[in-house]
Ligand binder design. Structure first.
Ligand code: FMN
Length: 482
């Protein structure tokens, strides 16, 4: 757990994971070029702290989540798999025998109870307040990431809103185009919780109060990206991850609370009936997202720490920093997916295919059509709905090994019999489909087929050596100097 974003940067520096850059690089493309070169290094390259971006007072931190090691540091673990294992145990909680074991088990469950956010009255994020004519978003070192981008975009924000119907909080990471000193875009895509808040607010003829929060304990930032079901509080999840409640403070001008440890908070309003063209923007897909109307955010107050740091990322042709965030989500959410689909052994959303565009899934196959059941379930499960290509394999396939994956696709799949073509919602960013957010998806059953699946012969056995022979060769292997 960190007391904010800057202590996290300190931990990265001590771990040799952060480089300070004193060259006055411009947020206009130059920081992108440097960061992109780092992100393309094997393992993700270093995190960067641009100490004096040209023309700005506030330093820029970028690529802070961009390696397996940094993702672990961010979430306070050696490897994110530790969180997945712990979550798996908690979800499969069985009342143990014996008082001592019962108390130990209760303490474990108590981790959820103790994770609830807490309200504080004083906060570092409100050390400075800027309002009225002084309010100027163009003073923030916001990156223009790519040459054809429509302008500068905040790329690593946490957007806080309340559900107009239930009053429940949502926090999502939605990019923010800076239009001028006080006006921005609000790029919540049609399938995301923010867009649902917009629809509900329109029905009720209400404006939406929103806070754009920059920098906090990295567990909070990660939680804004995590695909939690609507109504599950991201700040509760962050509290679970950091093993301490997130301290929240009331915003100055809107009825929302924000993490007290934040670097910068922009408070403002959205009229659900006001839209403005947003984009183009060089996106996760590796292509530009083309201009489209999105809601407009009117800033009315900025609060800041004494000496804030501006957190940023860039997205583009993979792999990028988001690869490591996405892989952490894949690992941590697998136990939750398994609650609905216990037959799933493992899942790989390949970085190169923009994550949920493609899924390799291994299952413990039990009955005819089992692979199709899994595909249909995934197409209805949270953001996995957006998977355009699902490949389902036998339980023994290593879905992270492309050689194994391609071998089994080639060997086991008859595309005519084993494919399932459907239509439904796809990623809002997908430019390949004819209609934004709606298109085709295909699943391939690469498991061994059963007679009841229209395969009348016996499925041939996979070639494997017997153990006796293996042991014999093992015994002489080192002497052979091969
Ligand atoms: C760097 C980064 C930028 C993102 N930008 C957007 C965005 O502009 N719009 C969007 O809808 N989702 C964006 N996402 C994905 C959402 O943050 C993610 O789907 C999240 O789960 C949405 O939360 P929600 O379900 O509460 O809406 C981005 C993710 C990352 C890692």
């Amino acid at each position: 757990m960190f007391e904010g974003f800057q202590p996290f940067l300190g931990a990265l520096e001590r771990a040799g994971e952060l480089r300070r850059i004193s060259h006055p690089l411009s947020p206009n493309l130059e920081i992108t070029e440097l960061a992109d070169r780092c992100m393309k290094m094997p393992g993700g390259g270093p995190a960067l702290l641009i100490e004096r971006p040209a023309g700005f007072e506030i330093p820029v931190a970028i690529n802070c989540f961009g390696s397996e090691k940094r993702m672990g540091i961010a979430l306070g673990v050696g490897s994110v798999q530790e969180i997945a294992d712990e979550l798996d145990k908690t979800l499969h909680f069985e009342i143990p025998r014996g008082l001592k074991n019962k108390i130990a088990a209760l303490a474990k469950l108590g981790r959820f109870a103790k994770a609830a956010p807490k309200t504080v009255s004083k906060a570092a994020c409100q050390a400075q307040t800027v309002q009225g004519t002084d309010l100027d978003l163009t003073k923030l070192p916001v990156l223009k990431c790519w040459p054809m981008d429509a302008g500068p975009f905040i790329t690593l924000p946490m957007v806080f809103t309340h559900d107009p119907a239930t009053g429940k909080r949502n926090v999502g990471m939605y990019r923010i185009q800076i239009y001028d000193e006080r006006t921005t875009g609000m790029h919540w895509q049609m399938h995301k919780s923010g867009a649902e808040h917009e629809r509900l607010a329109r029905e009720r003829r209400q404006r939406i109060e929103a806070c754009i929060v920059l920098g906090s304990d990295p567990a909070c930032m990660f939680s804004a990206v995590a695909p939690l079901p609507p109504g599950i509080d991201e700040m509760l999840f962050a509290g679970y991850l950091r093993k301490h409640p997130v301290e929240m403070v009331k915003a100055k001008t809107v009825n929302l609370s924000v993490p007290a440890d934040a670097e910068i908070v922009i408070e403002g309003l959205i009229d659900p009936d006001e839209k403005r063209i947003e984009g183009p923007f060089g996106d996760h897909t590796g292509y530009y997202s083309m201009p489209e109307p999105f809601p407009v955010f009117h800033a009315q107050c900025i609060t800041m720490r004494e000496n804030p740091v501006y957190p940023a990322t860039i997205v583009g042709v993979p792999p990028m920093e988001d690869a490591y965030i996405g892989k952490a989500i894949e690992r941590i959410f697998l136990p939750l997916i398994r609650l609905t689909l216990p037959e799933i052994v493992d899942i790989n959303l390949p970085v190169e295919a923009c994550f949920h565009n493609m899924a390799f899934v291994s299952i413990k196959k039990r009955f005819p059509g089992h692979a199709f059941k899994v595909m249909n379930a995934l197409w209805g499960l949270g953001q996995l709905t957006f998977s355009k290509f699902i490949f389902v394999f036998e339980h023994d396939v290593n879905v992270h090994d492309l050689r194994d994956v391609l071998f089994r696709i080639g060997a086991n799949c008859d595309p005519q019999r084993d494919s399932l073509l459907v239509r439904g919602p796809v990623d809002h960013l997908d430019h390949a489909v004819s209609q934004i957010g709606f298109g085709g998806k295909i699943g391939f059953d690469c498991t061994h087929k059963l007679p009841a699946e229209g395969y009348p012969r016996e499925w041939p056995p996979l070639i494997q050596m017997d153990n006796e022979t293996k042991t014999k060769i093992d015994a002489i292997w080192s002497q052979l100097n091969l």
